[in-house]
Write a protein that binds this ligand. Sequence first.
Ligand SMILES: [Mn+2]
Length: 418
Amino acid sequence: MDANPPPQIPLSWPPEDALTLDWIHSLTTTLEWASWKLPPSGLPSVLPVPVLLRLLLTASNILHKEPNCLRVDPQGEETSVVVVGDVHGQLHDVLFLLKDAGFPSDKRFFVFNGDYVDRGAWGVETFLILLAWKVFLPERVYLLRGNHESKYCTSVYGFEKEVMEKYGEQGKQVYRKFLRCFEGLPLASIIAGNVYTAHGGVFRGAALTPSKRSKRKKGRKPIAVADSNSLRLGSLEELLKARRTVLDPPWEGSNLIPGDVLWSDPSLNPGLSPNNERGIGLLWGPDCTEEFLKKNKFKLIIRSHEGPDARDKRQDLKGMHEGYTIDHVVESGRLITLFSAPDYPQFQATEDRYNNQGAYIVLSPPDYSTPTFHSFDAVKPRPKVNPYYDFEEVIDSDEELDLKAMESSTSVEDLTPI
Ligand SMILES: [Mn+2]
Protein backbone atom coordinates (compact mmCIF):
# COMPACT_ATOMS: atom_id res chain seq x y z
CA MET A 1 0.00 0.00 0.00
CA ASP A 2 1.28 3.40 -0.90
CA ALA A 3 -0.03 6.91 -0.90
CA ASN A 4 0.09 9.72 -3.44
CA PRO A 5 2.98 12.10 -3.00
CA PRO A 6 1.84 15.44 -1.60
CA PRO A 7 1.46 18.28 -4.11
CA GLN A 8 3.35 20.84 -2.05
CA ILE A 9 5.23 20.53 1.16
CA PRO A 10 5.52 22.01 3.64
CA LEU A 11 1.91 23.07 3.87
CA SER A 12 1.23 26.75 4.30
CA TRP A 13 -1.82 28.48 5.75
CA PRO A 14 -4.17 29.64 2.98
CA PRO A 15 -3.99 33.37 2.15
CA GLU A 16 -6.61 35.50 3.92
CA ASP A 17 -7.70 32.49 5.99
CA ALA A 18 -9.64 31.25 2.97
CA LEU A 19 -9.67 27.56 3.71
CA THR A 20 -10.78 25.73 0.56
CA LEU A 21 -11.69 22.22 -0.49
CA ASP A 22 -8.36 22.06 -2.30
CA TRP A 23 -6.54 22.96 0.90
CA ILE A 24 -8.32 20.19 2.82
CA HIS A 25 -7.42 17.66 0.16
CA SER A 26 -3.85 18.88 0.19
CA LEU A 27 -3.74 18.53 3.99
CA THR A 28 -5.25 15.04 3.78
CA THR A 29 -2.91 13.84 1.05
CA THR A 30 0.10 15.22 2.88
CA LEU A 31 -0.77 13.69 6.25
CA GLU A 32 -1.56 10.31 4.73
CA TRP A 33 1.68 10.34 2.77
CA ALA A 34 3.62 11.34 5.89
CA SER A 35 2.07 8.46 7.84
CA TRP A 36 3.71 6.04 5.41
CA LYS A 37 6.92 7.79 4.49
CA LEU A 38 8.10 9.83 7.45
CA PRO A 39 8.98 8.98 11.03
CA PRO A 40 6.62 10.64 13.56
CA SER A 41 9.22 13.33 14.25
CA GLY A 42 9.13 14.26 10.56
CA LEU A 43 5.60 15.65 10.77
CA PRO A 44 6.66 19.29 11.41
CA SER A 45 8.61 19.21 8.15
CA VAL A 46 5.33 18.90 6.23
CA LEU A 47 2.92 20.49 8.72
CA PRO A 48 4.86 23.31 10.39
CA VAL A 49 3.87 24.38 13.90
CA PRO A 50 2.55 27.84 12.86
CA VAL A 51 0.17 26.24 10.34
CA LEU A 52 -0.99 23.63 12.84
CA LEU A 53 -1.57 26.29 15.52
CA ARG A 54 -3.44 28.50 13.09
CA LEU A 55 -5.82 25.67 12.21
CA LEU A 56 -6.30 24.78 15.88
CA LEU A 57 -6.99 28.37 16.86
CA THR A 58 -9.37 29.06 13.98
CA ALA A 59 -11.38 25.91 14.73
CA SER A 60 -11.20 26.47 18.46
CA ASN A 61 -12.78 29.91 18.08
CA ILE A 62 -15.70 28.42 16.16
CA LEU A 63 -16.19 25.52 18.59
CA HIS A 64 -16.08 27.63 21.75
CA LYS A 65 -18.97 29.74 20.42
CA GLU A 66 -21.25 26.77 19.84
CA PRO A 67 -23.84 25.87 22.47
CA ASN A 68 -23.49 22.74 24.65
CA CYS A 69 -26.26 21.09 22.68
CA LEU A 70 -26.27 21.81 18.95
CA ARG A 71 -29.36 21.97 16.81
CA VAL A 72 -28.56 20.30 13.50
CA ASP A 73 -31.28 21.18 11.05
CA PRO A 74 -30.73 19.77 7.58
CA GLN A 75 -32.81 21.59 4.98
CA GLY A 76 -34.10 20.20 1.72
CA GLU A 77 -35.37 16.90 0.49
CA GLU A 78 -31.99 15.52 -0.51
CA THR A 79 -29.96 16.36 2.57
CA SER A 80 -28.71 13.49 4.69
CA VAL A 81 -26.83 13.45 7.99
CA VAL A 82 -23.94 11.06 8.60
CA VAL A 83 -23.28 10.19 12.24
CA VAL A 84 -19.85 8.84 13.23
CA GLY A 85 -18.76 7.19 16.49
CA ASP A 86 -15.32 6.77 18.11
CA VAL A 87 -12.42 6.90 15.64
CA HIS A 88 -9.45 6.93 18.07
CA GLY A 89 -6.66 8.17 15.85
CA GLN A 90 -7.18 5.54 13.14
CA LEU A 91 -6.42 7.95 10.32
CA HIS A 92 -6.65 5.50 7.43
CA ASP A 93 -10.04 4.20 8.54
CA VAL A 94 -11.39 7.74 8.93
CA LEU A 95 -10.21 8.62 5.44
CA PHE A 96 -11.94 5.50 4.12
CA LEU A 97 -15.13 6.44 5.98
CA LEU A 98 -15.14 9.96 4.52
CA LYS A 99 -14.77 8.58 1.00
CA ASP A 100 -17.30 5.82 1.54
CA ALA A 101 -19.99 8.05 3.04
CA GLY A 102 -19.10 10.93 0.70
CA PHE A 103 -17.40 14.12 1.83
CA PRO A 104 -19.30 16.76 3.81
CA SER A 105 -21.30 19.16 1.63
CA ASP A 106 -24.53 21.16 1.58
CA LYS A 107 -26.30 17.87 0.95
CA ARG A 108 -24.37 15.81 3.45
CA PHE A 109 -24.02 16.94 7.04
CA PHE A 110 -21.74 15.17 9.51
CA VAL A 111 -22.04 14.76 13.26
CA PHE A 112 -19.02 13.17 14.95
CA ASN A 113 -19.64 11.74 18.38
CA GLY A 114 -16.16 12.29 19.89
CA ASP A 115 -13.09 10.20 20.80
CA TYR A 116 -10.93 11.41 17.93
CA VAL A 117 -7.64 10.76 19.69
CA ASP A 118 -5.84 8.21 21.96
CA ARG A 119 -4.97 4.54 21.43
CA GLY A 120 -4.48 4.87 17.67
CA ALA A 121 -1.22 6.40 16.44
CA TRP A 122 -2.56 9.26 14.30
CA GLY A 123 -4.73 11.29 16.66
CA VAL A 124 -3.01 14.52 15.61
CA GLU A 125 -3.61 13.94 11.90
CA THR A 126 -7.15 12.62 12.36
CA PHE A 127 -8.34 15.48 14.54
CA LEU A 128 -6.71 18.15 12.37
CA ILE A 129 -8.39 16.86 9.22
CA LEU A 130 -11.77 16.92 10.96
CA LEU A 131 -11.03 20.44 12.26
CA ALA A 132 -10.23 21.55 8.73
CA TRP A 133 -13.65 20.32 7.60
CA LYS A 134 -15.21 22.12 10.56
CA VAL A 135 -13.56 25.41 9.58
CA PHE A 136 -14.49 24.95 5.92
CA LEU A 137 -18.15 23.99 6.56
CA PRO A 138 -18.98 25.08 10.13
CA GLU A 139 -22.73 24.67 9.60
CA ARG A 140 -22.41 21.26 7.95
CA VAL A 141 -19.79 19.50 10.06
CA TYR A 142 -20.27 19.14 13.80
CA LEU A 143 -17.68 17.77 16.19
CA LEU A 144 -18.85 16.72 19.64
CA ARG A 145 -16.58 16.03 22.58
CA GLY A 146 -15.67 12.51 23.71
CA ASN A 147 -14.29 11.53 27.09
CA HIS A 148 -10.87 11.11 25.46
CA GLU A 149 -10.78 14.78 24.54
CA SER A 150 -9.51 15.52 28.04
CA LYS A 151 -6.25 16.04 29.88
CA TYR A 152 -6.56 12.87 31.92
CA CYS A 153 -7.33 10.46 29.06
CA THR A 154 -4.76 11.92 26.68
CA SER A 155 -2.09 11.59 29.37
CA VAL A 156 -2.81 7.90 29.86
CA TYR A 157 -3.91 6.63 26.44
CA GLY A 158 -1.25 8.08 24.19
CA PHE A 159 -2.23 11.38 22.64
CA GLU A 160 0.00 13.56 24.82
CA LYS A 161 3.00 11.37 24.08
CA GLU A 162 2.09 11.31 20.39
CA VAL A 163 2.16 15.11 20.27
CA MET A 164 5.47 15.22 22.14
CA GLU A 165 7.10 12.72 19.78
CA LYS A 166 5.78 14.45 16.69
CA TYR A 167 6.46 18.03 17.75
CA GLY A 168 9.47 17.65 20.05
CA GLU A 169 10.50 20.88 21.74
CA GLN A 170 7.33 22.62 20.65
CA GLY A 171 5.20 19.66 21.72
CA LYS A 172 4.17 21.17 25.04
CA GLN A 173 2.83 24.29 23.41
CA VAL A 174 1.05 22.27 20.72
CA TYR A 175 -0.49 19.90 23.29
CA ARG A 176 -1.81 22.84 25.35
CA LYS A 177 -3.52 24.26 22.28
CA PHE A 178 -5.10 20.89 21.55
CA LEU A 179 -6.45 20.77 25.11
CA ARG A 180 -7.80 24.29 24.76
CA CYS A 181 -9.59 23.18 21.60
CA PHE A 182 -10.96 20.04 23.33
CA GLU A 183 -12.48 22.23 26.04
CA GLY A 184 -14.48 24.05 23.39
CA LEU A 185 -16.06 20.99 21.81
CA PRO A 186 -19.84 20.91 22.31
CA LEU A 187 -21.39 18.04 24.24
CA ALA A 188 -24.44 16.91 22.30
CA SER A 189 -26.57 17.46 19.23
CA ILE A 190 -30.20 17.20 18.25
CA ILE A 191 -30.66 16.28 14.61
CA ALA A 192 -33.84 17.37 12.84
CA GLY A 193 -35.54 17.70 16.22
CA ASN A 194 -35.73 13.90 16.45
CA VAL A 195 -32.35 12.39 17.17
CA TYR A 196 -30.20 13.06 20.23
CA THR A 197 -26.51 12.27 19.89
CA ALA A 198 -23.74 12.44 22.51
CA HIS A 199 -20.60 10.45 23.22
CA GLY A 200 -21.74 8.73 26.43
CA GLY A 201 -25.42 9.51 26.61
CA VAL A 202 -28.00 10.96 28.97
CA PHE A 203 -27.27 12.98 32.10
CA ARG A 204 -28.59 13.83 35.53
CA GLY A 205 -30.41 16.99 36.54
CA ALA A 206 -28.21 19.83 37.74
CA ALA A 207 -27.36 19.78 41.44
CA LEU A 208 -29.22 22.27 43.57
CA THR A 209 -27.07 25.16 44.67
CA PRO A 210 -25.47 23.99 47.92
CA SER A 211 -26.44 25.91 51.02
CA LYS A 212 -23.78 27.67 53.09
CA ARG A 213 -23.95 24.96 55.70
CA SER A 214 -23.02 22.22 53.28
CA LYS A 215 -20.17 24.21 51.76
CA ARG A 216 -17.04 22.14 52.02
CA LYS A 217 -14.37 23.08 54.44
CA LYS A 218 -10.96 23.89 53.10
CA GLY A 219 -8.79 20.84 52.69
CA ARG A 220 -11.60 18.43 53.39
CA LYS A 221 -12.54 15.99 50.70
CA PRO A 222 -16.18 16.43 49.71
CA ILE A 223 -18.49 13.46 49.64
CA ALA A 224 -20.84 14.60 46.94
CA VAL A 225 -21.37 11.39 45.00
CA ALA A 226 -25.08 11.03 44.48
CA ASP A 227 -26.80 7.81 45.46
CA SER A 228 -29.31 6.23 43.11
CA ASN A 229 -32.30 7.53 45.02
CA SER A 230 -31.45 11.18 44.51
CA LEU A 231 -30.67 10.84 40.81
CA ARG A 232 -33.08 12.19 38.24
CA LEU A 233 -32.79 12.56 34.49
CA GLY A 234 -31.67 16.03 33.37
CA SER A 235 -33.50 18.36 30.98
CA LEU A 236 -32.17 19.99 27.82
CA GLU A 237 -32.33 23.36 29.61
CA GLU A 238 -29.98 21.99 32.26
CA LEU A 239 -27.68 20.63 29.56
CA LEU A 240 -27.54 24.02 27.85
CA LYS A 241 -26.56 25.73 31.10
CA ALA A 242 -23.80 23.32 32.14
CA ARG A 243 -20.20 24.55 32.19
CA ARG A 244 -18.31 22.51 29.63
CA THR A 245 -14.95 24.29 29.43
CA VAL A 246 -13.13 21.95 31.79
CA LEU A 247 -9.98 19.99 31.00
CA ASP A 248 -11.49 16.98 32.73
CA PRO A 249 -15.17 16.74 33.57
CA PRO A 250 -15.52 16.64 37.37
CA TRP A 251 -16.83 13.42 38.94
CA GLU A 252 -17.93 15.27 42.07
CA GLY A 253 -19.30 18.68 42.95
CA SER A 254 -22.05 20.56 41.17
CA ASN A 255 -20.85 20.47 37.54
CA LEU A 256 -21.59 16.81 36.79
CA ILE A 257 -23.50 17.08 33.53
CA PRO A 258 -20.43 17.11 31.21
CA GLY A 259 -19.07 13.97 32.91
CA ASP A 260 -22.41 12.23 32.51
CA VAL A 261 -22.78 13.15 28.84
CA LEU A 262 -19.23 11.98 28.02
CA TRP A 263 -18.85 8.92 30.26
CA SER A 264 -22.26 7.26 30.83
CA ASP A 265 -23.30 3.82 29.57
CA PRO A 266 -26.67 2.19 29.00
CA SER A 267 -27.75 -0.85 30.98
CA LEU A 268 -30.59 -3.32 30.79
CA ASN A 269 -31.40 -2.70 34.45
CA PRO A 270 -33.98 0.02 35.00
CA GLY A 271 -33.19 3.33 36.65
CA LEU A 272 -30.28 5.72 36.92
CA SER A 273 -27.28 4.76 39.00
CA PRO A 274 -23.66 5.84 39.41
CA ASN A 275 -21.38 4.18 36.85
CA ASN A 276 -19.07 2.46 39.31
CA GLU A 277 -17.13 0.61 36.62
CA ARG A 278 -15.99 3.88 35.08
CA GLY A 279 -15.82 5.91 38.30
CA ILE A 280 -17.70 8.76 36.60
CA GLY A 281 -20.99 9.16 34.74
CA LEU A 282 -24.15 7.10 35.01
CA LEU A 283 -25.71 3.82 34.04
CA TRP A 284 -29.20 4.23 32.68
CA GLY A 285 -31.93 1.72 31.95
CA PRO A 286 -34.53 1.36 29.18
CA ASP A 287 -37.06 3.22 31.35
CA CYS A 288 -34.78 6.27 31.31
CA THR A 289 -34.36 6.03 27.55
CA GLU A 290 -38.16 6.01 27.27
CA GLU A 291 -38.51 8.97 29.64
CA PHE A 292 -35.85 10.99 27.82
CA LEU A 293 -37.28 10.27 24.37
CA LYS A 294 -40.86 10.91 25.40
CA LYS A 295 -40.19 14.10 27.35
CA ASN A 296 -38.19 15.62 24.50
CA LYS A 297 -40.27 14.13 21.66
CA PHE A 298 -37.21 12.35 20.27
CA LYS A 299 -37.24 9.05 18.40
CA LEU A 300 -33.63 8.02 18.65
CA ILE A 301 -30.55 8.29 20.81
CA ILE A 302 -27.21 7.64 19.09
CA ARG A 303 -24.30 7.38 21.50
CA SER A 304 -20.82 5.85 21.19
CA HIS A 305 -18.12 5.23 23.81
CA GLU A 306 -18.13 1.41 23.97
CA GLY A 307 -15.87 -0.52 21.63
CA PRO A 308 -15.47 -4.29 21.27
CA ASP A 309 -13.15 -4.41 24.30
CA ALA A 310 -15.61 -2.61 26.57
CA ARG A 311 -18.48 -4.78 25.34
CA ASP A 312 -16.43 -7.93 25.84
CA LYS A 313 -16.59 -7.29 29.58
CA ARG A 314 -20.33 -6.69 29.69
CA GLN A 315 -22.72 -9.56 30.16
CA ASP A 316 -25.92 -7.65 29.46
CA LEU A 317 -25.28 -5.87 26.17
CA LYS A 318 -24.39 -7.17 22.71
CA GLY A 319 -20.87 -7.28 21.27
CA MET A 320 -19.56 -4.53 19.01
CA HIS A 321 -18.59 -6.74 16.04
CA GLU A 322 -20.48 -4.78 13.40
CA GLY A 323 -19.73 -1.29 14.71
CA TYR A 324 -23.15 -0.74 16.22
CA THR A 325 -25.69 -2.26 18.59
CA ILE A 326 -29.32 -1.54 19.31
CA ASP A 327 -29.40 -1.47 23.10
CA HIS A 328 -32.89 -0.31 24.04
CA VAL A 329 -36.11 -0.65 22.10
CA VAL A 330 -38.88 1.23 23.89
CA GLU A 331 -42.27 2.67 23.06
CA SER A 332 -40.98 6.05 21.92
CA GLY A 333 -37.97 4.83 19.99
CA ARG A 334 -34.54 3.25 20.20
CA LEU A 335 -31.10 3.66 21.72
CA ILE A 336 -28.12 2.84 19.50
CA THR A 337 -24.40 2.57 20.29
CA LEU A 338 -22.21 3.49 17.32
CA PHE A 339 -18.47 2.74 17.11
CA SER A 340 -16.47 3.73 14.04
CA ALA A 341 -12.97 2.34 14.71
CA PRO A 342 -12.59 -1.05 12.95
CA ASP A 343 -10.01 -3.60 14.10
CA TYR A 344 -9.80 -1.81 17.44
CA PRO A 345 -7.74 -1.32 19.50
CA GLN A 346 -4.83 -0.84 17.19
CA PHE A 347 -2.38 -2.22 19.75
CA GLN A 348 -3.21 -5.34 21.73
CA ALA A 349 -1.23 -7.38 24.19
CA THR A 350 -2.24 -10.70 22.68
CA GLU A 351 -2.42 -12.12 19.18
CA ASP A 352 -6.19 -12.32 19.49
CA ARG A 353 -7.87 -9.37 17.89
CA TYR A 354 -11.50 -8.39 17.99
CA ASN A 355 -11.49 -7.97 14.21
CA ASN A 356 -14.51 -5.76 14.64
CA GLN A 357 -16.02 -3.72 11.87
CA GLY A 358 -16.62 -0.03 12.34
CA ALA A 359 -19.87 1.60 11.32
CA TYR A 360 -21.43 4.92 10.49
CA ILE A 361 -25.09 5.84 10.34
CA VAL A 362 -26.91 7.77 7.62
CA LEU A 363 -30.06 9.63 8.62
CA SER A 364 -32.30 10.64 5.72
CA PRO A 365 -35.30 12.88 5.19
CA PRO A 366 -38.09 13.38 5.84
CA ASP A 367 -37.86 12.59 9.57
CA TYR A 368 -34.20 11.57 9.95
CA SER A 369 -35.07 9.02 12.59
CA THR A 370 -34.78 5.81 10.58
CA PRO A 371 -31.05 5.00 10.62
CA THR A 372 -29.25 3.21 7.81
CA PHE A 373 -26.20 1.35 9.10
CA HIS A 374 -22.99 1.10 7.09
CA SER A 375 -20.45 -1.32 8.53
CA PHE A 376 -16.92 -1.38 7.15
CA ASP A 377 -13.65 -3.26 7.60
CA ALA A 378 -10.33 -1.79 8.61
CA VAL A 379 -7.98 -0.46 5.97
CA LYS A 380 -5.04 -2.86 5.84
CA PRO A 381 -2.15 -2.86 6.01
CA ARG A 382 -1.56 0.11 8.27
CA PRO A 383 1.82 1.82 8.42
CA LYS A 384 4.02 0.22 11.06
CA VAL A 385 4.23 2.38 14.17
CA ASN A 386 5.05 2.11 17.84
CA PRO A 387 2.29 2.69 20.36
CA TYR A 388 2.29 5.91 22.38
CA TYR A 389 0.97 4.30 25.55
CA ASP A 390 1.65 1.23 27.63
CA PHE A 391 -1.17 -0.84 26.20
CA GLU A 392 -0.21 -3.96 28.13
CA GLU A 393 -0.64 -2.10 31.40
CA VAL A 394 -3.83 -0.18 30.66
CA ILE A 395 -5.68 -2.77 28.62
CA ASP A 396 -7.31 -4.36 31.63
CA SER A 397 -8.25 -1.13 33.31
CA ASP A 398 -10.15 0.17 30.36
CA GLU A 399 -11.09 3.76 30.91
CA GLU A 400 -11.34 3.51 34.64
CA LEU A 401 -10.56 6.84 36.15
CA ASP A 402 -7.55 7.38 38.28
CA LEU A 403 -9.23 10.08 40.32
CA LYS A 404 -6.01 11.15 42.01
CA ALA A 405 -4.41 11.94 38.68
CA MET A 406 -7.34 14.16 37.78
CA GLU A 407 -7.30 16.21 40.93
CA SER A 408 -4.35 18.37 40.00
CA SER A 409 -5.85 20.71 37.44
CA THR A 410 -9.26 21.78 36.30
CA SER A 411 -8.64 24.38 33.66
CA VAL A 412 -6.13 24.78 30.86
CA GLU A 413 -4.69 27.83 32.58
CA ASP A 414 -3.60 25.64 35.49
CA LEU A 415 -1.20 23.68 33.34
CA THR A 416 1.56 26.18 32.74
CA PRO A 417 1.35 29.77 31.59
CA ILE A 418 0.55 29.98 27.89
MN1 LIG B 1 -15.24 6.97 25.00
